[in-house]
Design a protein around this ligand. Structure first.
Ligand SMILES: Cc1cc2nc3c(=O)[nH]c(=O)nc-3n(C[C@H](O)[C@H](O)[C@H](O)COP(=O)(O)OP(=O)(O)OC[C@H]3O[C@@H](n4cnc5c(N)ncnc54)[C@H](O)[C@@H]3O)c2cc1C
Length: 378
């Protein structure tokens, strides 16, 4: 059997981007997708991802960004985060950050389709249906990866006892590029602007709720669910109508340990899972891809691709961003889930204070916008 330089296992967004990035860095790549049906409803994925500047830059370097249909990627110009006290909010705007947009909202299904299409034309990537001998195995099988344990890695994961309900909505008001998020103790509700299915008036819903409440909401018929949404948003985003089926994902936080070994490395959700409240899981996965491609491209000529010292360089670069994001999302969730009056007072004062402190607000905005990924070698 003819071998290759790198075997990528998993053809979700992270695996597909990894295959493209590594082939552009000059390696012969074999891509092994799932032989079993995926557990996540990928074909009809109703999610839309908030992608930061670094992720967009990676997709541009891979020649994928411009091929995503225009209506499937919508810029975010403003962001409003509401606390659980009326009138308390934190606002960000692209204008005050002097950037064209704060983030992009990208249709999940369109992104995966475009990545798959790009793979068909990538000269150094071939799809395979069985393992083959390679110097390095890149594992991007998602959080439920079965191969991870075989390699000797373990996912230490902590369930939140929450589910995220996602759906596409149509409003009778223009979205105006405004992303809204409500921290409603204990649930977190986000409405993200996207020009699908209604140009200028589409919204992507991500509503994280305790399990029992999520089950209740999913059992409601469309009209009753819309009434719950209107009550939760107070009508500020217009009259909201469901424009897709609803889907739900169980939420957890988790880190795999170790993330690399002799001849293998974990990327994306196979390596780390965070709560979607900050919309950062895939951004972290794309950050892994950019880092690995860069480290491998810059290796000493005598060093093998599966050399643990080389993989340790990549792992060191990724540890701080991944752990910081995990800590941040977890801390926010715990702070807003606490029912005590003191916690409520603190979190709302904190939100209000940040809103009134331009330097701190600017710092937070810069983190969310995402520094440009360093894409040397792609
Ligand atoms: C409700 C919700 C909203 C989110 N919103 C955002 C957001 O706004 N921004 C953001 O950045 N992130 C967001 N995320 C996180 C994001 O969805 C994940 O981080 C991302 O999908 C991870 O991609 P992945 O390719 O690592 O894993 P997956 O998407 O799980 O893909 C894994 C792939 O591997 C394949 N596979 C599985 N087992 C095998 C095997 N044995 N062999 C070969 N292939 C296999 C699967 O079929 C699948 O195609 C959100 C998550 C949720 C739940």
């Amino acid at each position: 059997m003819q071998g290759c330089d790198i075997l990528v296992r998993g053809d979700g967004a992270v695996g597909a981007a990894a295959a493209l990035a590594l082939s552009r860095a000059g390696f012969e790549v074999a891509l092994l997708g799932a032989t079993m049906p995926p557990t996540a409803p990928v074909a009809d994925d109703v999610r839309a991802y908030a992608l930061n500047g670094a992720s967009v830059q990676l997709l541009r370097a891979l020649k994928v960004w411009d091929a995503i249909p225009h209506e499937a990627r919508t810029p975010v110009h403003d962001m409003r985060i509401e606390g659980d006290v009326p009138g308390v909010h934190l606002d960000f705007s692209a204008w005050s950050e002097a950037v064209p947009q704060l983030a992009w909202i990208v249709d999940a299904a369109a992104l995966e389709r475009t990545l798959r299409e790009a793979l068909r034309f990538a000269p150094h990537v071939r799809r395979v249906d069985a393992e083959l001998p390679c110097a390095l195995t890149v594992l991007a099988e998602g959080k439920g990866s079965a191969t991870r344990a075989r390699l000797g890695a373990r996912m230490a994961s902590q369930p939140y006892g929450q589910r995220a309900i996602a759906a596409r909505l149509a409003s009778d008001c223009p979205h105006a590029g405004l992303a809204r998020q409500w921290f409603r103790a204990p649930d977190v509700l986000a409405l993200l602007p996207i020009d699908q299915p209604v140009p200028g008036q589409g919204l992507a819903l991500v509503w994280s709720l305790p399990e029992a409440r999520a089950r209740e909401l999913l059992a409601l018929d469309g009209a009753a669910f819309e009434a719950e949404l209107m009550a939760a948003t107070g009508g500020v985003a217009g009259q909201l109508k469901l424009a897709s089926a609803r889907a739900a994902w169980p939420l957890s936080i988790g880190y795999a340990e170790p993330v690399f070994g002799p001849g293998w490395v974990l990327l994306g959700d196979a390596a780390h899972v965070v709560h979607p409240l900050a919309g950062q899981g895939l951004n972290l996965g794309f950050g892994d891809v950019a880092s690995l491609a860069e480290v491998l491209a810059a290796r000493e000529p005598w060093r093998a691709l599966g050399d643990q010292r080389l993989l340790a360089r990549h792992a060191r670069r990724r540890e701080a961003p991944v752990r910081t994001m995990g800590l941040l999302t977890d801390a926010l969730l715990q702070l807003f889930a606490a029912p005590q009056p003191l916690a409520k007072e603190l979190r709302n004062r904190g939100l209000d204070l940040v809103n009134r402190l331009p330097p701190l607000k600017h710092l937070l905005a810069r983190q969310a916008i995402g520094r440009d990924a360093s894409l040397h070698g792609l």
